[in-house]
Design a protein around this ligand. Structure first.
Ligand code: GRF
Length: 223
């Protein structure tokens, strides 16, 4: 249709804490580096800084309290059904986990199969779960990094979209290493989202390929 901008993909961000990855995504959108619209930011924590960031940018923020669901035999599924209701109510097409400290169940995974991404502060499949940099340092790794992947039912599993590596330096503690990794998270998450929005991610036999010239240039020139 002439004269009308293409409809922007509606993104839902799920976050539990600080929200620096959310901020990187907001910044990329506001700088026109990402052609998407954040339909809502949802948190399981009422005091998540991510919700403050959403409000500051005029975005819809939703706190969905897990407490009323606790005690039910399928409390995790029930919570995710409620999350799904909210996501659907806001026409969310792509879900981004950004420091979301809750295991997502098959309820969400199936509803958003290949349309839900997560960022994790390690070079997966090394060091899934929590206390990542502590474990990495205890193992004496020389390189750490971060991974964006599609979400499947296994925690921090799922087809890898992009990774960035950082060196482990003498004198590093978990906080120093985490900060170095975080800088790269803020680069690769918007990049993975852009590839998705541009239709450049191809999933075959459980592996993600990136089509197009830019992908090759990024790998050769920037890494
Ligand atoms: C990041 O390190 C992310 O990789 C992990 O949780 C942290 C969230 O940080 N999943 P922030 O809330 O985005 O600042």
């Amino acid at each position: 249709m002439s004269g009308r901008a293409a409809k922007k993909v509606r993104v839902g961000v799920l976050a539990s804490g600080r929200g620096s990855n959310l901020q990187a995504i907001i910044d990329a959108i506001e700088a026109n580096r990402l052609d998407a619209q954040i339909a809502l930011v949802l948190s399981n924590k009422s005091d998540a800084m991510a919700l403050d960031r959403a409000r500051k940018h005029g975005l819809t923020d939703v706190f969905l309290d897990p407490k009323p669901f606790a005690g039910q035999p399928d409390s995790r599924d029930a919570y995710d059904r409620a999350v799904l209701d909210v996501l659907r109510k806001h026409d969310v097409e792509l879900v981004l986990l950004a420091g979301y400290m809750k295991i997502v169940t098959s309820v969400l995974v199936k509803a958003y199969e290949n349309r839900m991404m997560n960022i994790h502060p390690s070079l997966l499949p090394a060091f899934p779960g929590l206390d990542v940099q502590k474990k990495a340092l205890e193992h004496g790794v020389k390189v750490s990094g971060c991974t964006v992947h599609f979400v499947t039912e296994g925690v921090d599993e799922g087809p890898i979209i992009i990774q960035a590596a950082v060196p482990v330096l003498p004198g590093d503690d978990a906080a120093l290493l985490a900060a170095r990794v975080l800088e790269q998270e803020h680069v690769i998450y918007p990049m993975a989202i852009r590839w998705f929005l541009d239709g450049r991610l191809v999933l075959a036999e459980g592996q993600v390929g990136v089509t197009g010239e830019g992908a090759r240039q990024f790998q050769l020139a920037d890494r």
